[in-house]
Write a protein that binds this ligand. Structure first.
Ligand code: ZN
Length: 253
């Protein structure tokens, strides 16, 4: 399913049904004035559908870059096919392990670059900033901020399970928005280390992030884009994180 989120940013992908509900696996596309950029490239399990959607959306344009939030398979498993189809594409990673293994036979290693958080990338006049991920499911997980549209791409962070009626929807198309329970169920399984986290510190870092970046849209890979009431949704995630940490915290206060 191809959906326009805001300005020139599109959401592509599928979802899988599990015990907790549906889980989205998205690829985001910035059309970027003829020099498209992909954020993540989906799972090899969804290769056929994702490639069809990307071809339809790009309509013959060649993406310049694919930026990976991290190298876990739902985010990078389709990379070899993306590289086969667009052999001039440049891959930006924060962790070279999986791209090295999967891409090395397909693309020259010179087309794979590791960029650390705090670094910006300029593509066709657009500035993308790599942001230290506040929720990491791999040590190299990073978030990406697009200054032009105020969109923060958050990898597994801000993910949520959805019901069959909510497939492909954005937060403003879900009655009442995304709930605390939806965030909580997802983060509880995606970030199992939260049992060792002090919620107050993590939540303070989330507040600081909101103050530092003019965020108008949050685009998680495992959920539809949050494009309404950003502060409210961040507060709901904070409540979910507080609940998860409190449920399982076993250390000293
Ligand atoms: Zn679904």
């Amino acid at each position: 399913m191809i959906r326009n989120i805001t300005a020139d940013i599109y959401q592509v992908g599928e979802c899988v049904s599990g015990a907790s509900g549906h889980e989205a696996v998205h690829v985001y596309v910035l059309m970027n004035n003829g020099q498209p950029i992909l954020i993540d490239c989906g799972s090899q399990l969804h290769r056929t559908g994702i490639m069809q959607a990307l071809n339809e959306l790009l309509a013959g344009q060649t993406p310049s870059y694919v930026l990976l939030t991290h190298s876990e398979l739902p985010h990078a498993g389709n990379l070899a096919q993306v590289a086969r189809q667009w052999p001039s594409i440049h891959v930006i990673v924060s962790n070279v392990m999986l791209p090295y293994i999967e891409i090395a036979p397909v693309l020259p290693l010179g087309q794979i670059t590791a960029l650390r958080s705090g670094v910006t990338l300029q593509v066709a006049g657009r500035t993308l900033e790599f942001v230290e991920a506040l929720l990491k499911d791999q040590p190299g997980s990073q978030w990406i901020f697009d200054r032009q549209t105020g969109t923060l791409f958050t990898g597994d962070g801000f993910g949520y399970y959805h019901s069959a009626e909510q497939c492909g929807r954005f937060s403003d198309e879900i009655a009442g928005g995304v709930s605390v329970a939806q965030f909580q169920a997802y983060h509880c399984t995606a970030f199992r280390f939260l049992r060792w986290v002090v919620a107050e510190r993590l939540n303070a870092d989330l507040e600081e992030l909101l103050a530092r970046y003019p965020i108008t849209t949050i685009a998680p890979i495992h959920g539809g884009a949050l494009r309404s009431e950003i502060q409210l949704h961040v507060n709901r995630l904070q409540t979910a994180l507080t609940n998860i940490c409190a449920d399982s915290y076993v250390g000293d206060n």
